[in-house]
Design a protein around this ligand. Structure first.
Ligand code: SF4
Ligand code: SF4
Length: 84
């Protein structure tokens, strides 16, 4: 499943450059994640990079966007093909 950023975000800017898919962006009030681009870092890293760096641990899984590892990998392939 994609990850989401909760309103506990303190806008520290640390996560945005860590995302290999460019899924994180500054929203109207806090940082947000584009679920169409978030692969939970599947295809790039073994674990979600944004979760690793967030100082307030406000990036949980989005329970409304459940995806299997295979689905996440297929999303990664699609994003990579679009970029190349
Ligand atoms: S889990 Fe990975 S792909 Fe998803 S927003 Fe975080 S850094 Fe980006
Ligand atoms: S690292 Fe966490 S607190 Fe900082 S901008 Fe990203 S989501 Fe917000």
């Amino acid at each position: 499943m994609a990850l989401m950023i909760t309103d506990e975000c303190i806008n520290c800017d640390v996560c945005e450059p860590e995302c290999p898919n460019g899924a994180i962006y500054q929203g109207a009030e806090i940082y947000e994640i584009n679920p169409n681009l978030c692969t939970e870092c599947v295809g790039h890293f073994g674990n979600p990079q944004c979760q690793d760096v967030c100082p307030v641990a406000c990036i949980p899984h989005d329970p409304t966007r459940v995806e299997s590892h295979e689905q996440l990998y297929q999303k990664y392939l699609k994003i990579t093909l679009v970029e190349s």
